[in-house]
Design a protein around this ligand. Structure first.
Ligand SMILES: NC(=O)c1ccc[n+]([C@@H]2O[C@H](COP(=O)([O-])OP(=O)(O)OC[C@H]3O[C@@H](n4cnc5c(N)ncnc54)[C@H](OP(=O)(O)O)[C@@H]3O)[C@@H](O)[C@H]2O)c1
Length: 244
């Protein structure tokens, strides 16, 4: 049997956390593959730059904070209005900070949970109705290996990522028979703006040797291109330079 893959041209993908890192690389890769994208993040200037780079025919943008459910609702509404359908959601918006359980303020930790957990829930709740109407879709959550085994010095971040992995497993069980596939993509360290100033420093030499955002964009593409008779529920990914 020859392994067939799906053509992504003309499909429509909503991406949260598209202003940098994994989300931005995924937007670029998917447009290369012929997809249309609806992008969000708080930095409106970054979104405008990316839309210009990708072309207004290929990308629409909605600026806002993923902690607000209305932002994801607007993102999906914009995708439907501009492109007429929504095939996939890539939930990449997230923040991280390294530190012990007693470090950081209550507000910082609560905001991390709201961004990583609530923000993912709001994006999924906005994206699922059009997927159900269309008979299926794909949800890819950019979780983390921290959501598979809590690492030291990242307790609350790990808690937020365990929540994402649990959410992915539960939604898979709930929506599989409706044609919605759900993947928790769990990378180890990726060289992005993630946690810069909160445990990572810009220009850290070790960041050159870990996963690159383009590696994750390629993984998302593999997941979306898989034939609809199968699904990838969980994918952990490590650079060869890192142990597990
Ligand atoms: N880099 C790593 O080592 C690593 C490893 C494993 C998993 N991950 C996960 O990968 C995902 C993407 O991170 P990244 O590495 O690509 O880091 P990044 O370059 O810092 O990107 C994070 C994205 O999330 C958005 N974001 C953050 N807070 C937001 C908020 N409140 N509302 C809306 N958007 C928000 C940011 O946009 P704005 O600032 O413009 O809002 C940005 O687009 C995260 O969920 C992270 O936990 C990263």
């Amino acid at each position: 049997m020859t392994a067939e893959t799906r053509d992504l041209s003309g499909t429509v993908v909503a991406i949260t956390g598209a202003t940098s890192g994994i989300g931005r690389a995924t937007a670029r890769e998917l447009v290369q593959q012929g997809a249309k994208v609806a992008l969000t993040g708080r930095r409106a200037d970054r979104l405008a730059d990316l839309q210009q780079e990708l072309g207004a025919d290929n990308a629409v943008v909605v600026a806002g904070d993923v902690q607000d459910p209305a932002v994801s609702q607007r993102l999906v509404a914009q995708a439907l209005e501009s492109f007429g359908r929504l095939d996939s959601l890539v939930a990449s918006a997230g923040v991280g900070a390294y530190g012990g359980i007693l470090d950081g303020t209550d507000d910082e930790l609560a905001s991390m949970m709201r961004t990583n957990v609530d923000g993912t829930i709001w994006a999924i709740r906005a994206a699922v109705p059009p997927m159900l109407s269309a008979g299926g879709g794909d949800i890819v959550i950019i979780a983390s290996v921290a959501g598979l085994r809590g690492g030291g010095n990242e307790a609350v971040y790990a808690a937020s990522k365990f929540a994402q992995v649990g959410l992915a497993g539960a939604i898979d069980r709930e929506l599989r028979t409706s044609g919605v596939r759900v993947t928790a993509l769990c990378p180890a360290a990726v060289s992005t703006e993630f946690a810069i100033g909160r445990g990572r420093t810009e220009g850290d030499a070790w960041l050159d040797d870990v996963l690159q955002p383009e590696d994750l964009a390629a993984a998302v593409t593999v997941v979306l291109r898989q034939p609809r008779r199968l699904r990838t529920t969980q994918w952990s990914m490590w650079a060869m330079t890192e142990g597990n």
